[in-house]
Design a protein around this ligand. Structure first.
Ligand SMILES: O=P(O)(O)OC[C@H]1O[C@H](O[C@H]2O[C@H](CO)[C@@H](O)[C@H](O)[C@H]2O)[C@H](O)[C@@H](O)[C@@H]1O
Length: 325
């Protein structure tokens, strides 16, 4: 089994102290981060133990995008991924089945990532594209097939199709209403909507939230969840990043296997659904990206996208060193 309650890495304290000196954090924050790190040890510090437990098992990699592969920035349209991060993900995907699971719409996240050797799940898992044939598809109710530019058949799993007209209608209402709030923007993520307030004046945030709440109240089939300075509006269906992880594991052919370990790295509230599923499976590696203490179901942590990149590189290097194709 991949999951064990992780013990404190030997250098947890020295890491947090180093961080605090760099950032000049007060001692109280330093201590609570240190305590949190003891419960959610660094996946870099515990790397050797993690991969030792994975011997003879197949690791399946799931990666969130914003805040995980790209740093959080003011303008959501400029959340670019570095070429070095792209290379690290490419290498990992060469050795392990790899999926990018994002709140962004599928087109946008695949344009940001620009890799062909990964599978994409957009709209918090409500829009999944996988190549037909090589993988197992088994949910015909929500699956449609198209042919891509290269002439390859692609299967699209879209369990929230029926909500598209309402989503488009809501986007128009939201855009009209919130234009009075400076800095507020609406992002069309196809099967869900993000209302951003990162650039909204602190004094206007409550007004914006009330506006959005009252608009969404008129759509009883939709709910709002929180994120990083964003309100995420999505259909009330029993589907989230956790269900997407299960769907993808199944699609990758691991449904009946006992020798796989899901590894999920994410930084946001919606990633908790995937952490929960992995915890429930009792195997695998739920890893949160956070440099501050956070309530989480993840067992391990990484501080920021730079550490995510180091971890991914190390994972690929380890696999390569085994000499197994
Ligand atoms: O599931 P994810 O890939 O993590 O997407 C979650 C949301 O990420 C984006 O918003 C966040 O990142 C922006 C760029 O760094 C930042 O400006 C914003 O404040 C964050 O909330 C994305 O724009 C949203 O649509 C995603 O739902």
């Amino acid at each position: 089994m991949g999951i064990r309650s992780p013990s404190q890495p030997s250098d947890a304290d020295s890491i947090s102290k180093e961080i605090c000196h760099e950032n000049g954090e007060p001692a109280a924050i330093l201590d609570s981060y240190s305590a949190w790190l003891a419960k959610h040890p660094s996946a870099l510090d515990t790397f050797d133990r993690m991969v030792a437990a994975a011997k003879g098992k197949k690791i399946v990699v799931f990666l969130d995008y914003d805040g995980t592969l790209s740093p959080i920035v003011e303008d959501p349209d400029k959340a670019f991924m570095s070429d070095t991060m792209r290379m690290a993900v490419h290498e990992v995907a060469h050795f392990f089945p790899t999926a990018i699971v994002s709140g962004r719409c599928l087109d946008k996240v695949s344009r940001f990532v620009q890799l062909k050797n990964v599978v994409y799940a957009g709209s918090h898992g409500m829009d999944i594209s996988t190549p037909a044939g090589s993988l197992k598809q088994n949910n015909p109710k929500h699956e449609t097939r198209t042919v891509d530019e290269q002439g390859n058949e692609v299967v699209h799993f879209q369990p929230a199709q029926e909500f598209l007209p309402q989503i488009q209608e809501m986007i128009q209402v939201l855009e009209e209403k919130i234009k009075t709030i400076k800095g507020a923007t609406v992002e069309d993520n196809k099967f869900c909507i993000s209302v951003h307030f990162r650039r909204v004046d602190e004094d206007d945030i409550n007004t914006l939230q009330e506006m959005v709440n009252s608009i969404v109240e008129a759509y009883p089939n939709f709910r709002i969840s929180g994120g990083k300075k964003v309100m995420e509006i999505r259909p009330c269906i029993d589907w989230d990043k956790g269900r997407a992880l299960e769907y993808l594991l199944d699609t990758f052919g691991f449904n009946n296997a006992s020798d796989f370990l899901p590894l999920y790295i994410g930084d946001d509230k919606t990633d908790e659904d995937a952490f929960k599923v992995i915890r429930h499976m009792g195997r695998g590696y739920p890893i949160i990206v956070s440099s501050v203490p956070r309530e989480t179901k993840a067992l391990y942590s990484l501080r920021d996208p730079d550490e995510v990149m180091s971890f991914l590189r190390r994972l690929a290097r380890w696999k390569k060193s085994l000499g197994i194709p």
